[in-house]
Write a protein that binds this ligand. Structure first.
Ligand code: AMP
Ligand code: GLY
Length: 443
């Protein structure tokens, strides 16, 4: 079988690697891919002349599926999903993993997503949606007048690449945020409508899952959750510094107990499944539940309509099942009977970033990797922001790569990952030293 993966990040490298592991898969093409997928065994990049979420980019991907006789296509990132790449591919008769455009709005629109949660009884924070500055300002003033000490969460409605959520500790910050999002338009159209949300306390857990929901086939519809994961979003040790796209991930999460998992299934997973069926979505793809958990009680912060990044880089190495077989089960309505299996161990995947990240970054630095040290550490490098140029890997993005290690337990996985990091060097590189320790999320 020949597989096409669309995207260019660390998640797509991990997916490409996982597909390439399967004996059923002869070749994995990645459009446009990165320096890591260019070097990965059985993998080949397909350059694109336009972004994957543009009309031209989608047309090029569609053309590639025909020219290369692709048997299965997997969409990695959210933006092509939000503009309907899956609808176009399905209409063209291509086997594709991802939600249709209507379902992809569960990530692309926070207000739609909150409406879905409320309508279908998915436990989440109380919220209200505002599309005018005056209405939002009034609500914000009311909140801080009534509950001075409680922060308020302000979310831009649209896709904002991780910049659309502000936890306002006081009225001043809240009003400034509204001004930035709604008047100054700092996020473009994404911030024209906002969601005001009750602040929840607790610890965050990410649950990635496989979904098989097809209109008219409710009896075979199911969501199969993967092992739990956590990403560490702050730039510096001890959860300090600015938010990033993720400085490292672990799987599974020790504090996601059996009780919490049961609560998640009852109050979040099952109502979500019922909702997806009732809305008539064609959702044969991956979903990401961003949970806040307090005393084993789960609330849903957000859906992402794709696999998480960098969680995927920690989770997929622990999956024993063949991912192409999992995808076939999602597409053919047999996911309920699919015997998904996981390694009993743990993994740890710290991310290495470019100088300046998450602000302006330096690019173009040559990455040197001491292959012997890397081999001795027994780790896997998943590239995100680096390209292969003149035979060298050179940095091209903020999050450059993740070093993913798996072992019998979390402590050993962490030790291996950090031994692997020692093999890698470039000018200005940075990483957190505490991924996989208890201190990583302490404030
Ligand atoms: P979201 O994109 O909705 O997941 O929000 C991004 C991040 O903001 C989350 O990962 C949380 O750390 C934080 N956050 C979002 N909503 C809330 C909330 N209601 N209470 C507390 N923290 C939140
Ligand atoms: N790690 C969170 C995300 O993928 O959005």
């Amino acid at each position: 079988m020949k597989v096409l993966i669309i995207g260019s990040g660390g998640r797509e490298h991990a997916l490409a690697w996982k597909f390439a592991q399967s004996a059923n898969v002869t070749e994995v093409l990645v459009a446009p891919g990165n320096g890591g997928t260019a070097l990965e065994a059985k993998c080949r990049n397909i350059p694109l002349s336009a972004p994957v979420a543009s009309k031209e980019g989608i047309a090029e991907c569609l053309q590639a599926t025909r020219a290369e006789k692709i048997d299965l296509c997997v969409i990695g990132p959210e933006d092509p999903l939000a503009v309907g790449i899956v609808d176009q591919f399905r209409a063209a008769g291509i086997a594709v993993i991802g939600p249709d455009q209507a379902a992809a709005q569960l990530e692309a629109s926070k207000s739609l997503s909150k409406d879905f949660m409320q309508k279908h009884g998915v436990r989440t924070a109380g919220s209200s949606t505002c599309d005018s500055l005056s209405e939002a300002s009034t609500k914000v003033r009311e909140h801080f007048a009534a509950a001075k000490a409680a922060p308020l969460v302000i979310k831009a409605d649209g896709l904002a690449a991780g910049k659309g959520v502000v936890i306002a500790e006081n009225l001043k910050v809240a009003l400034e945020t509204l001004d930035e999002f709604m008047s100054k338009g700092s996020l473009g159209d994404a911030g024209k409508t906002i969601v005001l949300e009750e602040f929840l306390r607790g610890v965050e857990v990410s649950v990635l899952a496989a979904v098989s929901v097809e209109p008219g086939k409710a009896e075979s519809a199911t969501i199969v959750p993967f092992i739990s994961a956590r990403d560490h979003k702050r730039r510096y040790e001890g959860a300090r510094g600015p938010n990033t796209g993720g400085m490292g991930a672990i799987a599974p999460v020790p504090d996601f107990t059996e009780t919490a998992r049961k609560d998640f299934k009852e109050h979040i997973l099952q109502p979500t499944l019922k909702g997806l069926i009732q809305e008539g979505y064609d959702y044969r793809g991956f979903i990401f539940f961003g949970l806040m958990i307090e005393e084993n009680r789960c609330s849903l912060l957000e859906y992402n309509v794709r696999l998480g990044d960098p969680e995927t880089q920690a989770v997929l190495p622990l999956m024993n099942s063949k991912i192409d077989e999992l995808c076939q089960a999602m597409l053919t309505g047999t996911l309920k009977d699919f015997p998904i299996s996981w390694s009993a161990g743990a993994s740890c995947a710290p991310v290495m970033v470019a100088e300046g990240y998450p602000s302006a970054i330096r690019k173009g630095d040559t990455i040197s990797i001491d292959q012997e040290t890397l081999k001795a550490a027994d780790v896997r490098v998943f590239v995100a922001g680096a390209l292969l140029q003149d035979g060298e890997l050179r940095t091209s993005g903020g999050r450059v790569l993740a070093v993913s290690a798996k072992a019998a337990d979390a402590e050993q996985a962490r030790e291996k990952a950090y031994a692997g990091i020692k093999a890698i060097q470039w000018n200005g590189m940075g990483f957190r030293t505490d991924i996989g320790t208890e201190k990583a999320e302490q404030k």
